[in-house]
Design a protein around this ligand. Structure first.
Ligand code: C2E
Ligand code: MG
Ligand code: MG
Length: 684
């Protein structure tokens, strides 16, 4: 009998009335790794899972009052039993009461291991649960066959795109993709067919009703997988993400107070337009804004700035951009304004718009605006355009207050900033960061190339090439005139010597500053440098502005400017009076120095075709030149119209973007060689 019991595949045990184990068969030892000897005398509850204890107890209880015939009581219970190594197993247990002499003495239990069956049940349950999850998932899930036809799809597809699910299954995925995304989807599917890989694409999906929605698809190719045999796709709606992205982008590029573009947007915009059509940069600084802000408080100040922003928006054209770049500073980038005079007219209109009274909550308020202009040139950078316009704005402001022009432009930088920049410039001069760009001057009658004017450019390590307006004031204050002049001359002579080796012996114009004019060694040093490059001093043109001439008096150097100019003349150089017409244009100056040429300031040239006064000034200067036997050079020539008008008036030489911008060494040499080649071709 015992052998038979031990041979049973099911566990068999006997408990006394309080659940203490009194007998176990061998199956228990085999299946649960529990040595019977260890278990005799212990409570069965010690190996039952805590969650199942209540069930076991009630089953034991129910048997206490069982029918005395020893029939199995109750339905089988499923309990988890811990084996000797601590792992849980599911058992289906059926209990039977044991009666001795008509008295209940214990319980006989038979347990069958059902762990495997339970696992299948759970798994089956999970699959249905999982299918439900897939159905309600917020993202699109698709199974495509190898040809990209939808085999199954979840409800998110309909929720997001509105297509009837029954029409989706069996249709190619591409039929729901907007035209511009179809090729991308086809390409991704093709790649997925050949290799089990994954792809991630963003495409516009058609929404019922004609709109589209951006969706990102993550696709996994499982064409070779025997179970899936297709492509598994999940799709995420990017609409919200796109809105958030756009919002972030907007915030990063706009001023929260006025809603205008901010500096970073402005810089991007300017970068995009550099090298394209010419545009004007208007730097606007409000006059008397600070008193309003101080008197009525920040809220009123903000209200005013918002109104200014609105007026600016109304004053510009759709192709223009207006940005707020500082407290009460704004910049307008005006597209398609080819000339300075057109830009000035535009600026005047804006100034008028900003100057009419504002109705604020505190009452009417009047402010003004100072506007500086820079025009994009072929060699402009964003930094140079902004700083040039900024400086001109300051000049405009100080003119209005009766303060002298250049010195105030300089004073506006803080002393510390000036010191730092001056140090940077001194170091930059040592590192060769200052070079000459060369701008050609041609003879108006013969159209032949006369020579070049050397114009200083500082290749700032961070800001890129800077034009003289952004650093010339420092040069004078920090006493770097002589070093800068030497650097520009050295650089220009290098190019001129290269040209001479090509048989091009041309004139070289250089600009002199106050410090150089009072440098007793200037003439001697120029002579040495020219000799070193084997250049003829007779081909040197020295340009001085009237302002420079006037400043040299107060500069009080070791030697008088008159002496310097005389020795330069003796050396053979031609003296040229630069920016003529803007300063005093004094005949005394013209007569006092051994001048050979005068240069008409570019502002007159800019206005000569639209403004009768400008035209008249030029006519007078040319007449003066003819009478005094001086060459007359017009600079800033930008249009054929100006060129024709100057020729008609008898101007001798011209310089300007129409011919060429100031160019660095290689470009200048190339320009001359190309020009020469073209001329030869034309005469041949
Ligand atoms: P500038 O001697 O009257 O030089 C002519 C200016 O007009 C240059 O500006 C030139 O780039 C610009 N320009 C040339 N063609 C056109 C045109 O068609 N349209 C317009 N709008 N502008 C044109 P840049 O190079 O900014 O120089 C400004 C001034 O700085 C010069 O005026 C000169 O007075 C001074 N400067 C330049 N280089 C030196 C230098 O090496 N030493 C000294 N002391 N002063 C210099
Ligand atoms: Mg000049
Ligand atoms: Mg000039």
């Amino acid at each position: 009998m015992r052998a038979l019991i031990d041979a049973l595949p099911d566990c068999l045990y006997v408990l006394d009335l309080d659940g203490t184990v009194t007998f176990l068969n061998q199956a228990v030892e085999q299946q649960l790794d529990l040595a019977p000897a260890e278990w005799i005398g212990r409570s069965i509850l010690d190996v039952v899972h805590p969650d199942d204890v209540a069930g076991v107890l009630s089953s034991i209880d129910s048997m206490q009052g069982a029918d005395r015939q020893g029939k199995p009581i109750g339905t089988p219970v499923e309990v988890r039993i811990r084996d000797g190594r601590g792992a849980w197993h599911w058992y289906e247990v059926v209990g039977t009461s044991i009666f001795e002499d008509g008295k209940l003495t214990g319980l006989l239990g038979v347990g069958r291991n059902i762990t495997q069956r339970r696992m299948w049940e759970v798994a089956a349950n999970d699959v249905t649960r999982f299918q439900q999850v897939v159905q309600v998932a917020p993202s699109i899930m698709l199974l495509l066959d190898a040809d990209g036809v939808v085999a199954s799809v979840n409800a998110a597809f309909t929720r997001l795109l509105g297509h009837d699910l029954t029409k989706v299954v069996g249709a190619p995925l591409t039929s729901f993709v907007a035209d511009e995304g179809v090729t991308e989807v086809i390409a991704a599917l093709a790649r997925l067919r050949v290799a089990n890989r994954s792809e991630s694409i963003e495409v516009p999906m058609k929404v019922v009703g004609g709109r589209t929605r951006p969706v990102r698809f993550e696709m996994v190719g499982l064409v070779d997988d025997p179970v899936v045999a297709g492509i598994v796709v999940s799709g995420y709606d990017l609409t919200e993400l796109q809105v958030a992205r756009e919002e972030l982008e907007y915030l990063a590029q706009h001023d929260p107070l006025t809603g205008l573009a901010n500096r970073s947007f402005l810089v991007q915009h300017m970068h995009k337009h550099l090298g394209g059509d010419r545009f004007a940069v208007l730097f606007i600084d409000l006059d008397r804004f600070k008193p309003v802000n101080d008197l009525y408080g920040h809220e009123t100040g903000d209200e005013l700035l918002r109104l200014v922003g609105r007026r600016l928006e109304q004053s510009i054209r759709p192709i223009d951009l207006v940005a707020r770049v500082g407290g009460d500073e704004f910049v307008v980038v005006a597209a398609g304004l080819g000339t300075r005079s057109a830009a000035r007219q535009f600026a005047d209109r804006i100034e008028a718009a900003l100057s009419s009274p504002y109705r604020l909550e505190v009452g009417p308020v009047r402010i003004g605006a100072s506007i500086g202009i820079s025009m994009s040139e072929p060699d402009s950078t964003v930094a140079s355009l902004l700083s040039d316009a900024d400086l001109e704005m300051y000049d405009a402001k100080s003119d209005r207050r009766g303060v002298s022009v250049r010195s105030s432009a300089g004073r506006r930088r803080s002393a510390i900033e000036r010191r730092r920049l001056a140090d940077e410039l001194a170091a930059g001069l040592g590192r060769g960061e200052v070079v000459a760009h060369l701008q050609p001057i041609i003879d108006l009658r013969t159209r032949g190339l006369v020579g070049f004017e050397a114009l200083a450019r500082w290749h700032h390590p961070v800001q890129g090439p800077l034009r003289p307006s952004s650093f010339m004031d420092l040069v004078e204050d920090a006493g770097l005139d002589v070093d800068l002049g030497d650097a520009v001359l050295e650089s220009a002579c290098t190019t001129m010597a290269r040209l001479a080796r090509h048989g091009q012996h041309l004139e070289l114009g250089i600009n002199l500053s106050v410090g150089q004019l009072t440098d007793p060694d200037l003439a001697a040093r120029l002579a040495v440098t020219l000799a070193r490059f084997d250049l003829d001093p007779e081909r040197l043109v020295v340009e001085i502005t009237e302002q420079t001439m006037l400043a040299r008096r107060s500069a009080g150097g070791a030697v008088s400017a008159d002496d310097t100019l005389r020795s330069l003349h003796q050396l053979g150089a031609t003296l040229s009076l630069d920016d003529f017409g803007t300063g005093y244009s004094s005949l005394t100056h013209v007569r006092r120095f051994p001048l050979g040429a005068i240069k008409i300031d570019q502002t007159f040239v800019a206005g000569m075709c639209t403004n009768a006064q400008d035209h008249a000034v030029i006519e007078v200067i040319i007449g003066l030149g003819r009478a005094l036997d001086l060459l007359v050079v017009a600079e800033g020539v930008e249009s054929q119209e100006q060129l024709a008008a100057l020729a008609k008036l008898g101007c001798n030489q011209v310089q300007g973007y129409l011919i060429a911008p100031p160019m660095p060494d290689d470009m200048a040499v190339q320009w001359v060689l190309d020009r020469e080649r073209n001329e030869r071709k034309q005469t041949a």
